[in-house]
Design a protein around this ligand. Structure first.
Ligand code: R5P
Length: 298
């Protein structure tokens, strides 16, 4: 690859370093501070050489990290790099991809359009909630990197008679892809969420889980409620052990306890959001997506 400059916001330094190592470039950490009134400040300490890559995940505090991302984009683009590619490993607000109730915003549209307006010339995200949202709301080239192979590798050889389970129909493609890498079966649950109270329910469905290990695969774990419900459903039906894997471990306080107390043996996630369970790196999947983006635009 040609010489590039990889920049990182402090919130994404670990993953940015892994990406930098994989493409053979050093990572430049952006300077940052908070003003006494709470406003954010960022500064690019070094001019870009060649195209610039900015790694900035939008994990909690999402709003603050989003503002820092926009400030960084404006600052880097003013230094006129030969292309400004943004890697947003966890794209916050992606689950609000339509107006579920009248009067709501399409939040993902606001986030994507703002990133483009701030100067990005290409975007890589990881396992975005609804991939079609990217082409719907962006006019710059983009990629959605999927960590299915990496998740499957983590569990290879550890599961007995595995069944990969999507906790809702929307998660089926992801579960299917992990199952294919594991040469395993897959299935899905039908989940309903009350849009006002947030309460999650699963429709009754009998599955072939008797005596098998079930691996629940989802994009995001937030409260852990979805995984906990899926786990207790399959354990009631005779599953032997239940594991859970997600891409984005947003995990609010109490999520891990909730899942473990529902019988989940182990929860594992990728490193798009730093957490105690983020043991799988998405750096290889991101680098592959970046290379494919460069082939298209550079
Ligand atoms: C929703 O459709 C997502 O794919 C996840 O299933 C959901 O965000 C998980 O949230 P929680 O952990 O709060 O149940």
């Amino acid at each position: 690859m040609t010489t590039m400059t990889v920049y990182a916001l402090d919130s994404s330094n670990g993953l940015a370093a892994r990406i930098g190592r994989a493409i053979g470039d050093r990572v430049v950490l952006l300077e940052g501070k908070e003003f006494p009134d709470g406003e954010s400040y960022v500064r690019v300490p070094q001019r870009p050489e060649g195209p610039a890559i900015l790694v900035a995940s939008l994990h909690p505090p999402q709003d603050k990290n989003f503002v820092k991302l926009l400030l960084a984009l404006e600052a880097i683009s003013a230094l006129k790099p030969e292309g400004l590619f943004v890697v947003v490993p966890y794209l916050a607000y992606a689950r609000q991809d339509k107006r579920f109730l009248e009067g709501e915003p399409i939040s993902v549209k606001v986030i994507l359009r703002s990133i483009e307006a701030a100067g990005a010339t290409g975007l890589v995200v990881v396992d975005v909630h609804k991939p079609s949202a990217l082409s719907e709301h962006l006019s710059i080239p983009h990629r959605n990197a999927m960590p299915s192979r990496e998740v499957a590798e983590y569990f290879k050889g550890r599961l007995r008679s595995p069944l990969v389970l999507a906790p809702d129909a929307g998660a089926l493609e992801r579960a299917k892809s992990v199952a294919e890498h594991l040469s395993a079966d897959y299935d899905y649950l039908v989940k309903e969420r009350d849009r006002v109270t947030g309460e999650v329910r699963v429709q009754p469905k009998s599955m072939d889980v008797q005596g098998r290990d079930v691996l629940i695969v989802d994009d995001v774990i937030s409260t852990g409620g979805t995984v906990a419900l899926a786990a207790s459903t399959v354990l009631r039906q005779g599953a032997s052990r239940v594991f859970a894997a997600c891409t984005h471990a947003v995990m609010v306080k109490g999520a891990l306890d909730l899942m473990m107390s529902s019988g989940v043996e182990e929860v594992v996630a990728t490193d798009t959001v730093p957490s105690p369970v983020s043991r799988i790196t998405v750096a290889p999947a991101i680098v592959e997506a970046l290379k494919s983006l460069f082939d298209e635009v550079l």
